[in-house]
Write a protein that binds this ligand. Sequence first.
Ligand code: AVJ
Length: 337
Amino acid sequence: MPPIAAAPEAIDSTIHAVATEARTGLTSPRKTLAPWLFYDEAGSILFEQITELPEYYLTRTERSIFAAHADEILREAAGGDRQTLTLIELGAGTAAKTGVLLAAAVRRQGSVVYQPVDVSETALAVASETIQANLPGVTVRCQVADYTREPLPLDRLPGLRTLALYIGSSIGNFSPGDAEALLRNVRAQLLPGDKLLLGTDLGPGPKKSIATLLAAYNDAAGTTAAFNRNVLTRLNRDLGCDFDPRRFLHRALWNPTHSRIEMHLESLAHQRVRVPGNSAGPALTLTFTPGETVHTENSYKFTPAAIEALLRSADFAITGSWHDENHLFAVTLANAV
Ligand code: AVJ
């Protein structure tokens, strides 16, 4: 038996995807890098730290909504006919936010099958272990897949109703068109009567200022700045680029036209950066002018009307919604029609 090792093709294909993304984004007239590039090992740790920052209200607020309403959410999801639910989660990661909902499902029906889907096998292993240790009654079936590129791998259990979870404001990274396509992909794997629980961050309102939004993406401790700059460190490591991350400034801005927070990396000087050639293309020299930015992330913020329109466009009808008292964050339950 050969020793178990990471498949070399798998490593190459990730680096190839990183190279392709970086080449396309950094040679376009307005330089961009896709947000999935943030999540290498260091970036995933930084993101976990972000979720615990005082300014980053999203994770904490969504968790408090689940804590207050999990039983009601599960009751609504099961419908009047008291159907047994199976839970599938897109982009589950380590499933830290899901525990409250799984506990409510176990309270309601004694046991539950939980299918977390994520690109990271490591994150899923952590999810599986944590749940196994803390939540007897939950059977975990991990699925490694990229739900943004492939059909959602749903292991349909006969006679059970599916509750799909897409929480944590993950939908916020997608343009309206891509968000619709993503939800249509989810819908295509569901049957009428199945449900979707969507977690969305909300736009500014009477109790939510633009300053609150901006602070969540520009914290005092500099964790979000480190998270943003880490993408350059990743390109240095994965592709052999020679970015000096200290010569790029973290920027977070509110774009009212598109109702989104944008993150950028702003070049502090005139500088050149080398991208060595590889199977994705020949060597490149990039030039950055002072003040020029690389747009690294969009984080869309929703109004209740926008949530409804998005869900309806993917053939879902809202059956319940919950939010915190300051209208920072919303959790919406929708029926597959
Ligand atoms: C993981 C997409 C929900 O947009 O709030 C956090 C990522 N970026 N701080 C978000 C993020 C900067 C996060 N999502």
